[in-house]
Design a protein around this ligand. Structure first.
Ligand code: BEZ
Length: 211
């Protein structure tokens, strides 16, 4: 069965551009973004990896480690990383897993045989510090992902883990949020003493809590 939200992200050992890792140990107490790209030396993947490298300060601020994967060999990752730096203006600053025997790709269901039985699809797994899978995304090879969206979801997950709120459509950090329906008004008064706007009894809008 495919990995689902709330499952523990499977542990594995793998060769990466930053040495051999044991995945759970490498994650430590950080959040993780594990993402597959279909193939080295391809244009869309080149742009995705360059952009992810540029986002490193944003990942660091959120205590997130990014790690890429393809079913190519380590030596190909090393050669291709020079092209990424040259064309995208950012050198790889996170590890890329070399998975030529598809061990990790199969563990995470990143090969969709009816799309391609040789390449991974564009999978994303956001993993929390308890090693639980909190987000999965699957994109086709021809469509580059929106890594700003991945950061946006992490902002939502980290906020909603800390406070009894949920985030509405297209929410971005700093915008109003929604009080979770399970919280009764009398308890909400203690948590949100500044008050909120009730549009419906189940739709209570409040300023994003600090911290
Ligand atoms: C790309 O990254 O450009 C790509 C990879 C595999 C298939 C199609 C496009």
């Amino acid at each position: 069965m495919a990995l689902q939200l709330g499952d523990i992200a499977p542990d594995f050992e793998a060769e990466t551009t930053q040495g051999k890792i044991k995945f759970h140990d490498w994650l430590g107490s950080s959040w993780g973004v594990l993402f597959s790209h279909p193939k080295n030396y391809t244009p869309v993947c080149t742009t995705e990896l360059g952009y992810t490298a540029k986002l490193k300060p944003q990942f660091d601020r959120r205590n997130v480690k990014a790690i890429g994967l393809s079913v190519d060999k380590l030596v190909d990752h090393e050669g291709w990383s020079k092209d990424i730096e040259e064309t995208q203006g950012a050198a790889l600053n996170f590890p890329l897993i070399a998975d030529p025997d598809k061990k990790v790709a199969n563990l995470y269901g990143m090969i969709h045989p009816n799309a391609s039985d040789t390449m991974t699809v564009r999978s994303v797994f956001v993993i929390d510090p308890n090693k639980k899978i909190r987000l999965t995304l699957t994109y086709p090879a021809s469509t580059g992902r929106n890594f700003d969206e991945i950061l946006r979801v992490i902002d939502s997950l980290q906020l909603t883990d800390r406070h009894k709120v949920a985030t509405p459509v297209n929410w971005k950090h700093g915008e109003d949020v929604i009080i979770v329906p399970s919280l009764k008004d009398e308890d909400a008064k203690k948590l949100f003493p500044q008050g909120w706007k009730t549009l419906k009894p189940y739709l209570r809008v409040v300023a994003q809590p600090k911290g």
